[in-house]
Design a protein around this ligand. Structure first.
Ligand code: HEC
Length: 205
């Protein structure tokens, strides 16, 4: 162990062995989405914060990972951890562990989904109609339109398109009254400032 580089390599292989020991049973399916709390443990055990700083907000050696999901796709983050550039060591993580790490580092600032609107229906299981309430956590959109759509075989049936109105007391909240022609599985397609979001809703008959 004359050179610090050799010491680093030796430490890394030790870490890699420790990590492998904690690997779940072989042959287990790789989960599509990782578990952020398992990822948090891996970050602690492997000293990521030593380089990437407390809370992964950036250190003297490693860049800020906090908010990384706004910059890189999950596949790009996974690829970097799998094929790191020096001085970041290759920890030899399994794909499942990498998925956990990606889930964790992507969730630090609330995740990319933090900006997604949340819709609720009143009544929760509508019959002929319902009031939809949509909350936009980020900047409120300029206009919001809701179109109830029912898939029918190859075609689709649209109910009347409704322009939602902002709440007088909260600019982030939009409401409107929707009508459904019949019971069954519907989708309410929200269009706001060039975005589209489909919300499934079951309509009772
Ligand atoms: C020895 C210091 C060191 C350790 C320990 C370390 N990293 Fe890194 N990491 C770096 C450096 C330096 C870079 C930037 C490399 C580059 O871009 O050339 C980096 C880059 C990254 C990136 C890509 C960031 C981007 O914006 O492109 C991810 C993701 C990452 N590290 C995750 C981790 C995780 C997770 C751990 C713990 C399991 C970890 N790192 C441990 C030094 C380290």
């Amino acid at each position: 162990m004359k050179s610090p580089l050799l010491l680093t390599i030796a430490l890394c292989s030790l870490l890699a062995v420790a990590v492998h020991a904690a690997t779940p049973a072989q042959g287990q399916a790789v989960p599509a989405a990782g578990d952020p709390s398992a990822g948090a443990k891996l970050v602690q055990q492997n000293g990521c914060e030593g380089c990437h700083g407390a809370g992964l907000k950036g250190g003297t050696v490693g860049p800020r990972l906090y908010g990384i999901e706004r910059k890189l796709s999950p596949a790009q983050i996974a690829d970097f951890i799998k094929h790191p550039r020096s001085p970041m060591p290759d920890f030899g993580f399994t794909d499942a562990q990498i998925a956990d790490l990606v889930a964790y580092v992507s969730s630090l600032d609330g995740g990319a989904n933090a900006d997604k609107p949340v819709a609720t229906f009143d009544p929760a299981t509508p019959k002929d109609g319902a009031t939809i309430t949509v909350r936009f956590p980020g900047t409120p959109p300029k206009s919001v339109v809701a179109v109830p759509v029912m898939q029918m075989g190859k075609g689709a049936m649209n109910s009347d398109k409704v322009v939602l109105t902002p709440s007088p007391s909260d600019a982030h909240v939009f409401t409107g009254k929707l009508t459904f022609g019949m019971g069954g599985p519907w989708i309410v397609r929200l269009q706001y400032d060039g975005h589209t979001m489909d919300i499934p809703v079951t309509v009772g008959s």
